[in-house]
Write a protein that binds this ligand. Sequence first.
Ligand SMILES: Cc1cc2nc3c(=O)[nH]c(=O)nc-3n(C[C@H](O)[C@H](O)[C@H](O)COP(=O)(O)O)c2cc1C
Length: 166
Amino acid sequence: MDGLDLLSLCKINFETMFSDVFALVYLSTSLVAFDKARINELAQHASEKNKRLKISGYLCFKDGLFFQYLEGNQGNVVGLMDQIEKDSRHEVLNLIHIGNIKERKFRGWDMRYLEDGELKNMQLEDMFKWIITSMKTEIMAYESLKENIQKMIQQIVLLRRKKLIS
Ligand SMILES: Cc1cc2nc3c(=O)[nH]c(=O)nc-3n(C[C@H](O)[C@H](O)[C@H](O)COP(=O)(O)O)c2cc1C
């Protein structure tokens, strides 16, 4: 193991032992037209900035709605979320604090844009649609909604672990 590997390992263990990993999700509606190029541009900029802030997560976009999962240092995540909320290209409809989690779930995904087809391939399309509807209409109790979102997140983690998505 070279020095750099050892350093990375120490960083991972430090984060695991003294976890201050905080996660949130939100649903927003786009206020401007987003085509593929515009989304890719947004995801690219987000990815670069998130890398600097050590924030990981993913972004989905379907039928004019964004769903984003963010995790990292609480101050950084909340600070970024404040900025995202002020972005005039969309309007946040529902923001859910998952809270402190034991460890980062999406290490390496600075901001992964999960395309529609990928959700379909992961057989998560129905679950995703149902979560989005629940977040939009707020018909489900907050805690149950949070639980279901966590299940979906865990499902993506498992698929990633099995290398069915990278
Ligand atoms: C749906 C949506 C998701 C976004 N997600 C991120 C993100 O994960 N990270 C990020 O830095 N900016 C994200 N942005 C952009 C921010 O709102 C903001 O424009 C950007 O952080 C400003 O970057 P700057 O400080 O380099 O000017 C997102 C914007 C939208 C509309």
